[in-house]
Design a protein. Structure first.
Ligand code: Z5A
Length: 213
């Protein structure tokens, strides 16, 4: 029996953390998960002890330690390789379900479209880091740039958020294109948290990849 791998993607502040918490309450009793399966909540970067150290260096480095774009790409790939090998694949092998806040789509959007790094290179690294693992369902929380910035107005920015509006606009375009290419489920994320949760529930209940096999 193999478990299921679900991912939430989208631009900064689109509501992934909020929805992950709501899914953590609903999914185990939703009737979708088989009896005895555990739901593992995780995120990238930072889903393993190594990943947590990388997350700190990626998002809050001292000025002199800020990675260049190429080093940043490799650090996200290292975080993912460790996450896949040490946490996600073992859980799926036991028949458990894994719900991750971000996965490899974020690298294509942020380092590819945002930073302008070579897409073929990113795809080659994706193959190494994911070992071929593809999410069963990716939920793309679709939020406008304006709403994203308004939601984060009062919050201290991390290193990536501090890149500004033009960077975020390229990332948002990247996510839109990826969602179409990879068959992600688009969720209108400007609705209230409760309405977004309802939309996600409907999408998961009707998703062929989550039917009992
Ligand atoms: N990154 C990368 O560059 N490459 C990669 O490969 C990967 C990641 C994997 C990770 O940070 C950073 O790393 C991220 C991408 C980059 N860039 N940045 N920054 P993260 O994932 O921890 O940070 P984030 O994506 O920016 O998360 P976030 O800002 O915490 O946003 P969120 O989790 O999507 O949203 P939230 O925390 O649930 O909500 C944000 C605020 O909006 C909060 O005040 C909520 O109360 C509010 N909210 C949430 N939902 C709603 C609705 N529906 N209506 C109104 N208000 C809402």
């Amino acid at each position: 029996m193999k478990g299921r791998f679900l991912v939430l993607e989208g631009i900064d502040g689109c509501g992934k953390t909020t929805q992950l918490r709501q899914l953590a309450e609903w999914l185990p009793d939703s009737g979708l998960m088989p009896e005895g399966a555990t739901l593992h909540l995780t995120r990238e970067p930072g889903g393993t002890p190594l990943g947590r150290a990388l997350r700190e260096l990626l998002l809050h480095p001292p000025d002199e330690a800020a990675p260049c774009p190429e080093a940043e790409l490799l650090m996200y790939a290292a975080d993912r390789a460790q996450h896949v090998q040490r946490r996600i694949l073992p859980a799926l092998a036991c028949g458990d379900w894994v719900l991750s806040d971000r996965f490899s789509g974020s690298t294509l959007a942020y380092q590819g479209d945002g930073r302008g790094l070579d897409r073929a290179l990113i795809l080659a690294l994706e193959r190494i880091a994911t070992a071929g693992l593809v999410p069963d369902v990716t939920l793309w929380l679709d939020l406008s740039l304006e709403a994203s910035m308004a939601r984060r107005e009062e919050r201290a920015e991390d290193r990536i958020e501090a890149e500004g509006q033009a960077f975020l606009a390229r990332v948002a375009d990247g996510f839109r294109q990826l969602a179409a290419e990879r068959g992600w489920v688009g969720i209108p994320a400007a609705l209230s948290p409760k309405e977004v949760h309802q939309a996600i529930r409907l999408a998961l209940e009707g998703h062929a990849a989550l039917r009992r096999r």
